[in-house]
Design a protein around this ligand. Sequence first.
Ligand code: GDP
Ligand code: IMO
Ligand code: MG
Length: 430
Amino acid sequence: MPGIIVIGSQWGDEGKGKVVDVFSSQSDYVVRYQGGANAGHTLVVDGKKTVLHLVPSGILHQNAVCVIGAGVVLDIEKLAEEISALQKNGLLKDAKQLLISDSATVLLSYHRELDQAREKSAGLEKIGTTGKGIGPAYEDRASRKAILFGDLFNEDTLKEKLAASLKEKKFLLEKMYKSSPVQIDKVLENALKAAEKLAPFRCRDTSLVVHKALKQNKKILFEGAQGTLLDILHGTYPYVTSSSTLAGSACIGTGVGPGAIDKVIGITKAYTTRVGSGPFPTELGDEIGERLRTVGQEFGATTGRSRRCGWLDLVALRYALRINGITSLALMKLDVLSGFKEIKICTAYELDGQIVKDYPVSPGDLERAKPIYQSLSGWNEDISNIKNVKDLPKNTHDYAQFIGSELATPIDVLSVGPGRDQTLWLKPLF
Ligand code: GDP
Ligand code: IMO
Ligand code: MG
């Protein structure tokens, strides 16, 4: 089956947007299946940057149909704005390029307000969320109070569901968090306005669309948001997002069976970053971490927050390979490592006097884990203009090779810059 899942193998921001954009020239469909506007996926084409939050990263290719599946929490106001910006820049010309599932969960202003109010009152226990309302929207889905995208097109149903959903939220926001009063009329007005903008993209059953495409042997990319270690079940709980970010989620969030999947490509930054709170064994609080942040421009595409930086962690990556069933890797941002005399890679942890190679999942263990490093020689050359793998410096080769062989996983793609053309292929996609 011609389905390929593209997921983040670390804590997000690995470069999924860039890879999906590059792969989309060869794909018929690009499907987002979980997360919401907490995602920030950056595409750079001919020096021009586009940041997408909800629209799939295939949108710059007219050949690819972009699909937003049932598993996404849809901030309809933000999506309407994102679409308007794409249309204004001539990047979205035809409504047929984007299909939105009637079953996706609608996220409205009160979800955002609740998320932000909780973080504000949390003190030291902050998760460090993006403040985009992701947790509260998924809570509504799980407690069966969610408004679905299809509900927006029946005003009576919408009014009824909104009143039911807002009852509790109003109490929480006004009484518990002392926020400004929730105005149901304003929420309704904004929802109807966004619905009008989004109506041309409405698709009753995107699962059926993808299923039919698979039967016709069309090439489908499933675009993950966030990263493995932010997964609600298998990530660094409670410092995680509220959806499943693993490869398995592509099938559930789209509504297709696992037989649809041919490959799972783990997008992997050549070092590690994390935004928000939570354990991070290889974090560097020194000038090396600062250099990675400055050279790698490690500032969040959604919130602008500065990303925590550290060396590559193979213990965490082995875990990501296992729980996602990753079949190959794309190694990103290699250019950022140019100029380091020595590059370190974490190959194991020391935990309570023991050397461990399996990622510790028990709460608290990761906080105590100390990285054990292998040192590799760096390279001085600027590699960002290299077009052929064979022209890379020997030490860059050795670095990539070390990662591939330690993880016993092939590397399909090396990325040497943010641009679409700064991509080196080791193996064809399809
Ligand atoms: P995503 O959330 O996984 O799509 O990643 P983000 O877009 O949030 O963050 C990745 C950042 O790295 C973006 O600014 C990209 O433009 C940039 N980027 C992607 N690949 C490369 C690369 O190989 N080299 C450099 N220097 N930047 C890259
Ligand atoms: P992309 O798709 C990096 C992090 C937040 C926070 C935690 C929970 O661009 O890789 P949430 O708002 O989801 O409730 O926040 O998850 N987070 C991300 N970190 N990249 C992302 O998305 C993220 N989406 C959420 O910083 O720690
Ligand atoms: Mg991002």
